[in-house]
Design a protein around this ligand. Sequence first.
Ligand code: NPQ
Ligand code: MG
Length: 356
Amino acid sequence: MPLKFRFRTSFGEMTLKKLLLLELRSHGVVGWGECVAEEAPFYSSETIASAESILRGFLLPLVVGKDLSSPDAFDTMARRVRGNRMAKGCVEAALQDLFARAAGVSLSKSLGGTRAAIEVGVSLGISPTPEATVENVGKHVAQGYRRIKLKIEPGADVDRLAAVRDAFPDITLTVDANAAYTLDDADHLASLDAFHLDYMEQPLHHEDIRQHAELAKRMRTPICLDESIRSADDVRTALALGACRVVNVKIGRVGGHREALKIHAVAAAAGVPLWCGGMLEAGVGRAHNVAIASLPGFTKPGDTSSSSRYFDEDIVEPALEAEGGLMPVPAGPGTGVHLRHDVLARVTTGLEEFRP
Ligand code: NPQ
Ligand code: MG
């Protein structure tokens, strides 16, 4: 699906979002999952193609034609497959949706959600100039988003932040470096304390929790980990080392809803705030994000902004739209959204069917 704007991060720019959707059917009930891998292995080592291969060869055979008592049964079997969390998360998503629909309850409720609407922020790609950044921030502040996150990279940080803070002294502001800095940049990163950021997301290497703990000692701004957190155990490690004080939860990155719930429990016990990240999902993935973000531990605004910000047309109904920075949690069974098959047909480039 074409994106409405160029999204630039420290690892590149994108204009087209390729979707991998999974529909599972059982006894007349359907469930939908959206794999959050990208085409390129830049945010994560997984790609759409690698996920397809793992789904076909190893994960779908665990569910197609099988009698599962719950989505947890899949998670338990899928443990034999190492890594490939986005592929696993996609299957679990479809199962969670299917089981919730079969039970006639909303996915939010079946996961333990307590909110009727979630607070949302927005993630803004790197703009060419500080002036363009301020303009983009202003537009989204006017739309009511509860937190503005700026993507940053070396050479596009202090100037953008100074301009934005000057124009908007009181907004809740954060940055996300997608691992673009090193510990050698610690003094520079500490200088961003001046901008009173709510947190700084994933400044250092995606596999290095220890270095984030070193950096944390050298600045006041709390660190939020994204890429470095793949599991509840990673959260335990990060908290034990003092590497972060906030956690970004992405269902796909951690391998599914069940692992996200484990993180929710670890964070609750430690009093650590969570928020739900985003992967430029279309309506299926976005609806799963809304459901998980309705849990009580998700106390900071997430990246699940309005679908219309990204796409001219989404593949689901009702549209997932925020107003005044609040996005309603659909109350219907499962994710509470259904597929717009006409829109889907227009963007579909391939279809594969698996039967027992
Ligand atoms: C993040 N997302 O929090 C990610 C990174 C990201 C909304 O900032 C295609 C698919 C391109 C997923 C670029 C946001 C992407 C992508 C960036 C995810 O770090
Ligand atoms: Mg991030």
